[in-house]
Design a protein around this ligand. Structure first.
Ligand SMILES: Nc1ncnc2c1ncn2[C@@H]1O[C@H](COP(=O)(O)OP(=O)(O)O)[C@@H](O)[C@H]1O
Ligand SMILES: [Mg+2]
Length: 333
């Protein structure tokens, strides 16, 4: 049995992706799931949301051998002649674990690019496949260690070899979208790229019909999109916001779902592929970052009083609903 991997991905940065993964990891873990969060973005913002700087400093500067305390430390032996190291998970709560990211992970990019063609060769397939599936193997091993029911992964916004490996390891893709040209343009790159990666991975798997270890399916199924309000410039008129947002159903369907579609819902509110609209939380965001907890866990002692307290309750309700929707969609088949 493998544990499903949900990856939040868009070829556009700053759309609130990491913040979304952080909040959903918490909410899923509070609503009956056992969650393993994995930070596959070399910028490591998700890790910084979960862990304070002293803790990260200790993890990143652990040179005492192959400790497996970050995702890079797990894959690092592959850069030489070694094999993967099992992850040493960070326990956030009893039902929420983290495989921390690492700025050093960018050093794995060239290795991943280099072995991509080798997986189509007819000899010595063990090593290229071991490297290309390293993220999946490490995440599955982490899930086994904490008996996780779901894995959520955060990735950077580019279409490079690290993200290709992250996506090969992915069952379901969730696409956060900002209400702007750049997010929609990102979709036009994302759709064809996912199709190509899926197909190229299929060919590689077929090239190794009797693998020596388990391989991921490379399903990368688009589960839906999430509209992020916060990236919108406050000075922009509502009309401009509506204009971009209402193009999302068509752009998402055309680029991510393919096929011959002609009719599209006029707005995300009527689109079954829209999983949610996440509000702009303004001052709750720095408050939550300061306390190193999700917005919906803020208390009056943290400063969430009056209208803030109401916003906290709304956030709890919205994220609970989103978490349930995502799990329903992910387990629908
Ligand atoms: N719903 C939200 N309301 C207000 N600010 C947000 C919200 N989501 C994210 N942010 C802020 O926007 C910035 C970018 O978010 P982040 O999650 O790092 O995006 P990405 O991972 O897509 O680059 C961060 O400073 C974050 O705190
Ligand atoms: Mg991010």
């Amino acid at each position: 049995m493998t544990v499903p991997v949900l990856t939040f991905f868009n070829n556009k940065g700053g759309v609130g992706k990491t913040s979304l993964v952080y909040h959903l990891a918490w909410m899923l873990s509070e609503t009956g799931q056992r969650v393993l969060a994995c930070d596959l973005d070399p910028q490591a913002n998700l890790s910084a949301a979960f862990l304070d700087e002293d803790r990260l400093d200790t993890l990143w500067n652990d040179h005492a051998g192959r400790a497996g305390r970050t995702v890079f430390q797990c894959v690092q032996p592959l850069l030489e002649v070694g094999d993967l190291t099992a992850p040493a998970l960070q326990e956030i709560t009893g039902s929420l674990g983290l495989i921390p990211g690492d700025l050093a992970l960018s050093g794995f990019e060239d290795t991943l690019s280099g072995v991509w063609p080798d997986a189509l060769s007819t000899s010595n397939r063990y090593r290229p496949f071991r490297i290309l599936t390293a993220f999946w193997t490490v995440m599955q091993e982490g899930a086994r260690l904490m008996d996780a029911s779901v894995i959520v992964a955060d990735v950077g916004p580019n279409l490079g070899a690290i993200n290709r490996s992250a996506l090969i390891a992915t069952d379901h893709v969730i696409v956060p979208l900002g209400a702007d040209l750049f997010s929609l343009q990102g979709l036009r790159n994302l759709g064809p790229t996912l199709r190509r990666w899926r197909e190229e991975w299929r060919r590689r798997r077929e090239n190794w019909p009797e693998p020596s270890f388990d391989l991921p399916g490379g399903r990368m199924e688009p589960l839906g999109y999430i509209v992020q309000q916060h990236g919108v410039r406050l000075s922009r008129p509502v009309k401009a916001y509506d204009r971009w947002v209402n193009r999302m159903p068509e752009e998402y369907a055309r680029n991510l779902l393919g096929g011959d579609r002609r009719l599209f819902p006029p707005s995300p509110a009527e689109d079954p592929h829209c999983l949610a609209t996440v509000r702009r939380y303004r001052s709750l965001v720095p408050m939550a970052q300061e306390c190193r907890k999700p917005i919906f866990e803020l208390t009056p002692a943290d400063g969430a009083i009056g209208s803030h307290a109401a916003a906290v309750r709304d956030a709890r309700r919205d994220f609970r609903e989103l978490a349930a929707r995502i799990m329903n969609a992910a387990t629908a088949d």
